[in-house]
Design a protein around this ligand. Structure first.
Ligand code: FAD
Length: 294
């Protein structure tokens, strides 16, 4: 039984985001990644959730499987979008019965046009799901924080205000990935001024593939600074060099975050853990190292 709040209270957390596999081959690759991650002894693994159809069940299966294996503490993502309240209550109740304690409560992105299979969703903002998770199962609940502001927000000031209120209902925050440390520091600072006392774990996405990271940055409203674009573009034709430069960039960012005394680091792995492992080795973040309480 491990609520992530207890891990954060003990000290620095190192965590990873994975997604549930869609095919047998992807399942095999995920199993291999999880095996390789053991050397890192991650504090927890968060498992993404797709609002549509069969992907819903795959998240549940992977979360419960990880929980039963006991090697890593899972955190289940869940979204408001395209769900009736009763469906969310059912999903949360099943997690509670399976012994799952950690939920990342998200709004998700509502479907542009509602259908019978994918309605607009009865809860409109993540904060409502935080409250529901607390009511149904007294879960430890994390929420998303957007260092550069959420793309839908009317203003950064409004976005910060909503985020501070959401954090006050939840237990901790995990940020969207970012490349400029200033964006994270400004987020934490703004939230401090709004009275936030919850830990905000920075999310890091190592660049391993130019096209993928550019698309994800566009979707999430994350800016990729020119300096980083230039460094990656210099080697854009050599996939292995892109990966090497991506690891260097993420290592530099993590080193600065560690200097700032962050509560943890969360890696967006996209189920490929080589870059994460390399960054952690370079930063002496393996178990037993000074930064992991060794
Ligand atoms: P909210 O907190 O609801 O905020 C959304 C917008 O509404 C913001 O502009 C906010 O300012 C505004 N707002 C908030 N409260 C109010 C209010 N009371 N009144 C008016 N406006 C308000 N998506 C998935 O589909 N599956 C995943 O597994 C997933 N994992 C993620 C993990 C992390 C760490 C992050 C950062 C994002 C993840 N996402 C995932 C994406 C996320 O669902 C989207 O970013 C979504 O658009 C917003 O989610 P949110 O929880 O931040 O929403």
């Amino acid at each position: 039984m491990t609520p992530i709040t207890a891990l954060l209270a003990e000290g620095f957390t190192l965590s990873v985001e994975m997604w549930p596999p869609r095919t047998v081959a992807a399942g095999e690759r995920l199993a291999e990644s999880l095996h390789r991650l053991q050397v890192l002894e991650p504090s927890f693994a968060s498992i993404t959730y797709g609002a549509a159809g069969s992907t819903r069940e795959r998240t549940h299966e992977l979360v419960v499987e990880l929980h039963e294996e006991g090697a890593i503490v899972p955190m289940a993502h869940l979204v408001c979008a395209a769900h009736r309240r009763s469906e969310l209550v059912e999903i949360l109740s099943r997690y509670r019965e399976a012994g799952i304690e950690n939920i990342l409560a998200l709004r998700g992105d509502p479907p542009l046009e509602a259908t019978a299979e994918l309605p607009q969703g009865e809860l409109h903002h993540a904060i409502e799901l935080v409250d529901l998770a607390k009511e149904v199962g007294r879960f430890c609940v994390a929420v998303a924080a957007h260092p550069e502001g959420h793309p839908d927000a009317t203003s950064l000031v409004e976005d910060r205000r909503h985020l501070a209120t959401k954090l006050a209902h939840a237990d901790f925050g995990v940020t969207q990935f970012f490349f400029r440390i200033e964006d994270y520091l400004r987020l934490v600072d703004d939230l401090d001024h709004l009275g936030n006392v919850r830990p905000i774990i920075p999310g890091i996405m190592p660049i391993t593939n130019v096209r993928t990271v550019t698309r994800m940055a566009e979707l999430s409203g994350t800016a990729i600074p020119t300096e980083i674009v230039d460094r990656v573009n210099e080697v854009a034709d050599e996939p292995e060099a892109v990966r090497r430069v991506g690891v260097e960039i993420a290592t530099e960012l993590c080193a600065r975050l560690l200097e700032e005394g962050v509560p943890g680091i969360h890696f967006y792995t996209m189920n490929q853990v080589s870059a994460t492992l390399e960054i952690c080795e370079r930063l002496d973040l393996l178990p037993g190292g000074a930064r992991r309480g060794g």
